[in-house]
Write a protein of this length. Structure first.
Length: 392
């Protein structure tokens, strides 16, 4: 790789934007051309989307502003096709962008296709626009003393239910979950989380499979109806079919199969990061979180910089460290974990946890600013002994 090397980064979420900024700093003065493509010029803080859904206002961060001073070219538009043989990415409105290296960072979105009615009668947190429409509808329902159902008891659903209940105390909020909310936490932290939801007035419908979403209710698999004037869907994820359509090797979910260095097993000039990559470590596959996504972005940028200097790529190492969960604006619980995400005994609650969670949620933007000048690490743990040898 020499001067004039063309790098195209597809997707400007948490991972894509971090890759662009870090790579610009690490390749400064080499003549490398970096292009970042994203449908919108607004940077979406997905860690705060539940706040937007509850009716709160979020800062409007613009991607060109976050890239200022880096030399990265921003192209607004949607990537409609990737041609790995010709090494081009076709962007709606901008034509074909040639690349020597492609970073695939398209992430994931909430999947509403598996349950009848979810796609037509439920809102998601997939974009600020949809979350904003949900917030507007929520205000109407709250004024009438109505009900809202949050489908999915993962961390997103928990945070959304708590935020909504705190912001609209007159609403009847039901959290519908196949498993007990907080099941991945230790017993003490989980008990605190459940008490907080009870204090906020959130009704739990656990062990419940959803059969259908209706205009005014959620029908459970056993035939029971949960009254719902408005429904928020947070269960299940899907990824863009773009990689599979391009002939890039993917797994059964559509995630790009990567080697230990995060390069595509079929097209090594393509690196996949964040939710778009099928990354497997010694204890199993990574799942899509900002906690694991930013380190993949960091590693991808460092790998490209090493290859540009004629050095060998290193294997990706990572270990989980915590599970931060907000419970409205005045409460939170932080479960600290082992590298494989099993819970430790240590956890934080209350105002210390609130401060901790706010620091975590705001850290990506601070990381981008600092990364223009220094190499900032986003991985608290590299996984210890388990990740010293790449997984088969």
């Amino acid at each position: 790789m020499g001067n004039g090397h063309r790098i195209v980064i597809v997707g400007a979420g948490y991972t894509g934007l971090f890759t662009a900024v870090r790579l610009a700093h690490r390749t400064r003065g080499t003549g490398t051309e970096i292009t970042l493509v994203n449908p919108s010029s607004r940077f979406v803080e997905r860690l705060r989307m539940h706040q937007l859904a509850a009716g709160q206002q979020l800062a409007d961060h613009r991607i060109p502003d976050l890239l200022a001073g880096t030399g990265v070219r921003f192209v607004p538009g949607t990537v409609t096709a990737i041609d790995p043989e010709r090494r081009t990415a076709t962007v709606d409105g901008a034509g074909a962008l040639p690349y020597d290296t492609l970073v695939y960072a398209l992430g994931s979105s909430t999947d509403t296709s598996n349950v009848p009615g979810a796609d037509t009668h439920a809102f998601t947190l997939n974009s600020p626009e949809v979350a904003g429409r949900f917030a507007a509808r929520l205000t109407e329902v709250a004024a009438a003393g109505g009900s809202v159902s949050v489908c999915g008891g993962g961390l997103t659903g928990i945070e959304a239910a708590a935020e909504i209940a705190e912001s609209h105390p007159g609403l009847h909020v039901t959290l519908i979950s196949a498993d007990e909310p907080g099941a991945m936490m230790g017993a003490t932290a989980r008990a605190y989380l459940l008490r907080a939801l009870d204090r906020l007035g959130v009704t739990l419908e656990t062990g419940a499979r959803i059969g259908k979403v209706l205009p005014d209710a959620v029908e459970l698999a056993d035939g029971r109806l949960v009254q719902s004037d408005v429904c928020l869907w947070t269960a299940g994820v899907r990824v863009s079919p773009l990689a599979a359509e391009a002939g890039i090797t993917t797994d059964e979910r559509g995630l790009i199969q990567v080697d230990a260095t995060l390069r595509s097993v079929s097209h090594p000039e393509i690196l996949a990061i964040g939710d778009a990559a099928a990354v497997r470590l010694a204890w199993g596959p990574l799942h899509g979180t900002c906690q694991s996504g930013l380190p993949t972005a960091q590693h991808a940028a460092d790998t490209i910089a090493r290859l540009l200097r004629g050095k060998a790529a290193k294997p990706f190492r990572f270990g989980y460290f915590h599970q931060p969960v907000s419970l409205g604006r005045r409460d939170a619980v932080i479960q600290f974990t082992k590298a494989d995400e099993t819970p430790r005994r240590l956890h934080l609650t209350g105002r210390f946890a609130v401060a901790y969670k706010e620091t975590v949620s705001g850290s990506p933007l601070l990381t981008y600013r600092l990364s223009k000048r220094v190499n900032v690490t986003t991985a608290v743990s590299k996984g210890g002994r388990a990740t010293r040898t790449p997984a088969a």
